[in-house]
Design a protein around this ligand. Structure first.
Ligand SMILES: [Fe+2]
Ligand SMILES: [Fe+2]
Length: 399
């Protein structure tokens, strides 16, 4: 094995399912056949590399989820995948029926946050009761069908909601808190802290908060003050719960101590703060931004992987990825056959085997077969993320 940057060159005989490609794989004609950042998910994929006389590939070990590749293990895993998704129809009908309710909930939350921001901007105290009620409702509904909520968050189809950022962060943070088995009252405080995390921005000049280009040093410094301004707003509104105030003040601290406003590091940053920070970061980089490239959910996951023990604690990163998935719900993916599908579900135990609905046939025509497949380790595999389809297909039409 030969090290090159953080990637390791691995001979084909040592390749295993679950490894993550560090570089693109190209054939003898220079055509890209697999993209960097994708996982080796099937035996067939590895056989294809042999057929193409590829001798070695670069592997990103930090991202790899190496699993056994023995035939016995593959059969066992196949059975596990089938069992997990015994009833794909039920998964899809649950997703479909939950979506309208989720949309209403998000719209209500948007109104509440909008009102709250206006009240703060006008120097008034804000309506805490309806905000808390909304957080509780978000907590309940998201708990029952997190994947439905995440599909809306990932597809960003609720574009018209100006305040969707804090609402999305709240839904993600509530779920992460539940996955980490935190106490119900702590989860509730995390939810309230998430809704309020950027409240300080209400007091900053509109031209800076909504600037479409990158910030000057002076603008950046002003922007960072939203954390301490937010803390002040909480206290003025008699919100003194430590968890909530800490989240508002410290959600931009980094694991390595390079964040702001207090340059806290490692275990100086409480878990509840980091939960909101990671959800805030994911939401931010997957949202349309005029001055930076918007990342597809799976690209964002890849970026977050690389922040392990820099921006976020490695353990928290692994929990976050278990929650969102490696190919999150709502990801458009291109398969080896040329077909394009959308991820509609996955099991937390089997992140490499999502359920897909096929949208396009290998010749590019729209699939009319309503075909649902579970990515197994024998047949189909993901070649690349197909972000270009994000604005073409509507989730409700797909289900
Ligand atoms: Fe912030
Ligand atoms: Fe934020």
């Amino acid at each position: 094995m030969k090290m090159e940057n953080e990637l390791i060159k691995v001979k084909l005989k040592d390749i295993k399912i679950g490894m993550c490609l560090g570089n693109h794989v190209v054939d003898n004609f220079g055509k890209q056949i697999l993209s960097a950042g994708n996982y080796l998910t099937s035996k067939r994929q590895i056989e294809m590399l042999y057929d193409m006389a590829i001798k070695e590939v670069y592997i990103d070990y930090r991202k790899s989820l190496v699993s056994s590749q023995s035939p016995k293990e593959i059969v066992k895993r196949e059975a596990e995948v089938k069992k997990e998704f015994e009833n794909t129809d039920k998964i899809l009908s649950n997703l479909k029926s939950a979506l309208p309710q989720m949309r209403i909930l998000l719209a209500d939350a948007n109104k509440i946050v909008e009102l709250m921001m206006n009240q703060v901007r006008g120097g008034k105290s804000f309506d805490k009761e309806s905000m808390i009620k909304n957080v509780l409702e978000l907590k309940e509904k998201t708990k029952h069908n997190p994947q439905a909520m995440f599909s809306l968050i990932n597809l960003k189809k609720n574009e018209n909601f100006v305040f969707k950022h804090s609402i999305h962060v709240t839904a993600l943070a509530l779920t992460l808190g539940a996955i980490l088995n935190l106490d119900a009252s702590l989860i509730q405080a995390i939810g309230i802290g998430s809704v309020l995390h950027d409240i300080g921005k209400a007091k900053l000049p509109f031209s800076i908060v909504h600037k479409t280009g990158s910030y000057t040093k002076q603008e950046y410094d002003i922007m960072t003050t939203h954390t301490v301004i937010g803390e002040k707003i909480c206290l003025q509104n008699k919100i003194t719960n430590k968890v909530i105030v800490d989240i508002v003040k410290h959600h931009h601290e980094c694991y390595d101590g390079t964040g702001y406003p207090s340059r806290l590091s490692k275990n100086q940053i409480d878990k509840y703060i980091s939960i909101v920070s990671i959800c805030d970061y994911y939401e931010g980089i997957t949202s349309p931004r005029t001055y930076k490239k918007t990342l597809a959910p799976s690209q964002a996951i890849s970026k977050i992987f690389h922040t392990s023990n820099i921006r976020f604690d490695r353990r928290l990163v692994s929990y976050f990825i278990k929650m969102i998935g490696i190919y999150p719900v709502g990801s458009f993916v291109r398969l080896n056959s040329g077909r394009v599908g959308i991820v509609l579900g996955f099991s937390h135990k089997l992140l490499l085997n999502p359920i897909l609905k096929i949208l396009l046939n290998s010749n590019g025509s729209v699939s009319r077969k309503k075909e649902i497949i579970i990515l197994n380790e024998v047949d189909d595999f993901i070649v690349e993320i197909a972000t270009e389809f994000k604005n073409i297909f509507k989730l409700e039409d797909i289900l």
